[in-house]
Write a protein that binds this ligand. Structure first.
Ligand code: HAM
Length: 435
């Protein structure tokens, strides 16, 4: 029986100290996104199943095996396995003028019921973007640059970009036929699933993990051989823009990506650590039909658990973290002192300081709590201090102590901790508005 103090298999709590890294990565992501003109979009975690089945492709692994789908009030609903489909569903509810050229980013959990193994989570988080622009190598290269810049901001500027094309949508049938003919002489070496894939969705043979299939795939001509000149030159143009920006890439003729909505440019970013599950990110250009409208876009999704894992494995996580703001711990003996400390804490917090106090106990136990919390400073106010309207301020690292008058306490602590900016204060008018 599963234990109720554990999360569901393949899902995790993210707590201290790792959560600090997550928060910092999210903060850096928001900064990089703003530089590229992207706005945040938060779509629901649950969507109608059809939002995914229609856009990701009914023969993809994600749709066939990995979706968490359930029924409520006669509607089939799914936990989102990725972000693009929900963003496009959002776009389809906007007018063409609002949707065209939109630049959205998202950070949030995704769900895929995969067989748990290293790097494969059932709940994982993606930081992704979608840019709704018609096919343009210039835009594709810009979005790839955004992804590279983001990874660089996280300390992973040395990731390898694997680049390929799925070719223009009009040529997909011809490409599938070419691929089928190239695979035909090797039928006996293919696994049962790939024999089915040959008829259903032949591109999926290219990412089969079975070794005999991989051996066949390795000897196939590059996919670009089955594509139009226009598709090949689109890829060449993206590649030359990347070169102009100094972004290194590796052409990977077997890269097809696991979702069906792609056309033209596709890419993956491999991590700097070894392993089959090392793709940190994947993206590309796509075309999606929703209702009677067709949407063009380009985007990517970065797997945050995988980024965190690589940062920790390479020992780069610490460098990313900013030191926590120094904590001030207020110690007071007796009810009057405790009440006054409560008032003082609010004043100090309004000035931008972080502070805490214990809800009771002896001086000794309160000092112990301060020590345990890692507080940088304690403000000690016993009977004598209260009477004299002063406080003893103690440096918890050096043990040095000074006496500060109540009137100077806020100013002294602010300069000792070099606190950040104060929080905006509510004006009486603003409070009145609420009533
Ligand atoms: P994807 O390649 O399926 O693409 O996922 C993107 C990234 O999410 C992967 O490279 C990986 O880092 C992470 N990821 C995927 N599955 C798991 C898992 N089970 N456990 C941990 N991490 C995982 C997409 O989802 C597309 N929507 C990307 C995109 C956006 N393309 C265009 N726009």
């Amino acid at each position: 029986m599963s234990s109720l103090n554990q999360p569901v298999q393949g899902m995790s709590d993210i707590s201290m100290p790792e959560i600090w890294l997550w928060r910092r990565m999210e903060e850096l992501a928001r900064r990089v996104m703003a530089r590229y003109g992207f706005e945040e979009l938060r779509t629901p975690i649950v969507e109608f199943e059809a939002v995914f089945t229609r856009s990701l492709g009914s023969t993809t692994d994600v749709v066939q095996k990995e979706m968490y789908t359930f029924e409520r009030s006669g509607r089939r609903l799914s936990l989102r396995p990725e972000g693009t489909a929900g963003v496009m569903r959002h776009a389809s509810g906007l007018s063409p003028a609002e949707a065209d050229g939109a630049r959205w980013f998202y950070i949030g959990p995704m769900f895929r019921c995969e067989r748990p193994q290293a790097g494969r989570r059932r709940q994982f988080h993606q930081c992704g973007v979608e840019c709704l622009e018609e096919p343009s190598p210039l835009v594709d290269a810009e979005i790839l640059a955004l992804q590279v810049d983001l990874l660089q901001a996280w300390g992973l500027g040395d990731c390898a970009v694997h680049l390929n094309t799925r070719g223009e949508a009009a040529g997909h049938a011809a490409m599938a036929q070419g691929l089928r003919e190239a695979l035909e002489p090797h039928r006996e070496a293919l696994c049962v699933d790939c024999l089915r894939r040959m008829d259903e969705n032949v591109l999926r043979v290219l990412d089969c993990k079975t070794s005999s299939c991989q051996a066949v795939v390795a000897r196939l001509p590059p996919m670009t051989d089955f594509m139009s000149e226009a598709s090949r030159s689109y890829l060449a143009q993206v590649a030359s823009y990347l070169e102009a920006m100094g972004i290194s890439y590796k052409l990977d003729p077997l890269l097809v990506r696991g979702l069906d909505y792609y056309e033209h440019t596709v890419w993956e970013i491999a991590g700097t650590t070894e392993g089959a599950q090392s793709a940190l990110a994947g993206g590309g250009r796509y075309r999606m039909k929703l209702g009677n409208r067709e949407f063009f876009g380009v985007g990517f999704g970065i797997g945050l658990e995988r980024v965190v894992h690589v940062l920790q494995t390479l020992g780069r996580a610490e460098a990313l973290l900013e030191p926590a703001p120094p904590l001030v711990w207020l110690v007071g003996l007796g009810e009057a002192a405790q009440e006054q400390n409560l008032v003082w804490m609010r004043r100090l917090r309004a000035e931008g300081l972080s502070c805490r106090m214990a809800p009771g106990g002896s001086m000794k136990s309160q000092m112990r709590a301060a020590n345990k919390s890692g507080a940088a400073w304690t403000v000690i106010r016993g009977d004598d201090e209260l009477k004299q309207q002063v406080a003893a301020v103690k440096n918890m690292v050096t043990g040095e102590q000074m006496t500060v008058g109540e009137a100077d306490l806020v100013g002294t602590l602010k300069s000792l901790t070099s606190a950040g900016s104060a929080l905006p204060q509510e004006t009486p008018e603003a409070v009145g508005d609420l009533g």
